[in-house]
Design a protein around this ligand. Structure first.
Ligand code: AFD
Ligand code: MN
Ligand code: MN
Length: 430
């Protein structure tokens, strides 16, 4: 039995008001694409099958190291977070899975949590471990590292926590463990750069050994923060070296905000795929660093170019092609539900635009070194407004044509503000 948070009647009424306009716009775009030899319904079908997971922690208001400004009606536990994620999926029809983070989302009965999620129309995506923060009554502190700690008991504790996450994930129906460690140093000389990587590899291999056969271990690199001089898995180079050392179930996860400004991320995507190590993405956007801004809000063209590489990769699967897609954002000044719906739309649009690239024209121009026409093949697709395709796919699946409009009309957050306990002030999101 599903028990969705937004009234289906409300969605249907709002969609009915826009139905004629949508048909008109979809028809016009269909005729435009037909002239280019593209069948719009085929593209719509692919978009309908596309999905991106949302992070449980993204359902709450983020913050900076200076402050957090909570909003009324914000979720305070995994149950409320699931309910909010259900709203996102119900209206956008693109985010059917939630990625949980432990111990933040710990409950006593994970079987019941899985059923609860299913009743909200949701499943679970990758489980995330947390060894970048100490918990109450924890025996060993992660203040100087976790998987790469110089202290053997600390490393063991971090390994055990990751294995516990795998056990939880099995109960939730997950098939990926995402490992991001904040390990690193703040001073030159603080730790031996080579030995800390050795210690990480040794600990990570113990986690790897506990992975079920059909699971993957996704290694997430990040250039800096919380460590500001060196980070153990600081870039895709260290990440792929670790993944190659660990074995075939270890893959690299690309968080778009975890690189230096202006780095060519789409090329990293192509490289990782070439060696069968592209495991997945954390979508967000960045202006300066790990800003965790809304996907496509700063550099939508980069997002499109990433998807362009993904379509190329799909056409040339090397060692399989099955990257997991997830949003990883920190919503500091918006309602997280609105931000994630708007981000899912931005991600879906870039996927759809990448599908519209005339691959034959692109490849011919590349072979002939016709730089301008190769670029134009991308530009033609990028400049097409694909919104009617996404809207039509969404409406046909039971979602809202105007996701933000219906969400506001539902007054969901106001209702939750009456029901839910207020969250405290505080700061500090990683
Ligand atoms: C980090 C990483 C990672 C992690 C998250 C925790 O992006 O995905 O799980 O933030 O908030 O920066
Ligand atoms: Mn991330
Ligand atoms: Mn991050």
């Amino acid at each position: 039995m599903t028990n969705l948070p937004i009234s289906d009647d409300l969605i249907a009424e709002a969609n009915a008001r826009e139905a004629a306009a949508l048909e008109d716009e979809y028809g016009a775009l269909g005729r435009k694409l037909e002239r280019a030899g593209i069948d719009i319904d085929t593209i719509k079908g692919k978009v309908a099958r596309f999905s991106v997971a949302v992070p449980s922690w993204g359902a709450g208001r983020g913050g900076t190291r200076f402050a957090k400004f909570p909003i009324a009606g914000e979720p305070t536990n995994i149950h409320e977070k699931l309910e909010d994620c259900s709203v996102i999926n119900q209206l956008s029809q693109m985010t059917p899975r939630v990625s949980p983070h432990f111990p933040w989302d710990k409950v006593s009965d994970f079987g019941a949590l899985r059923e609860e999620a299913a009743s909200l129309g949701l499943g679970f995506d990758a489980v995330n471990s947390n060894t970048f923060q100490d918990q109450k009554n924890q025996a060993h502190s992660y203040s100087t590292g976790s998987l790469s700690s110089t202290e053997a008991p600390t490393r063991e504790q971090a390994v055990e926590h990751n294995i516990e996450c795998i056990e939880i994930g099995k109960q939730l129906g997950s098939r990926d463990l995402t490992v991001w460690v904040g390990d690193g140093t703040n001073f030159p000389g603080q730790q031996d750069l080579a030995r800390s990587f050795d210690r990480y590899l040794d600990a990570a291999s113990q986690i790897y050994a506990a992975l079920p056969d059909d699971w993957r271990m996704l290694l997430e690199h990040k250039m800096f923060e919380p460590a500001f001089y060196s980070t153990v898995i600081q870039d895709w180079g260290s990440s792929i070296l670790a993944a190659q050392e660990l074995g075939p179930k270890a893959k690299c996860l690309v968080d778009l905000g975890h690189h230096a400004p202006n780095v060519n991320i789409e090329q990293i995507v192509a490289r990782l795929h070439r060696f069968g190590k592209l495991g997945g993405f954390h979508f967000n956007d960045s202006k300066y660093g790990d800003d965790d801004l809304d996907s496509g809000s700063i550099n939508p063209h980069q997002l499109f170019l990433v998807f362009n590489e993904l379509i190329e990769a799909e056409l040339n699967p090397r060692d399989g092609f099955n990257p997991s897609y997830m949003i990883d954002q920190s919503h500091n000044v918006t309602d997280p539900i609105e931000s994630m719906m708007s981000s899912a739309e931005a991600i879906g649009q870039c996927y759809a635009k990448a599908l519209l690239v005339d691959r034959e024209a692109l490849h011919l121009a590349q072979e002939a070194n016709d730089t301008m026409m190769a670029f134009q093949a991308l530009r033609r697709a990028y400049t097409i407004d694909v919104a009617p395709i996404l809207a039509k796919a969404r409406v046909e699946a039971g979602g809202a044509m105007d996701v933000l409009g219906v969400y506001r009309e539902s007054r969901y957050r106001d209702r939750k503000a009456q029901e839910r306990e207020a969250v405290g002030l505080g700061a500090g999101i990683v």
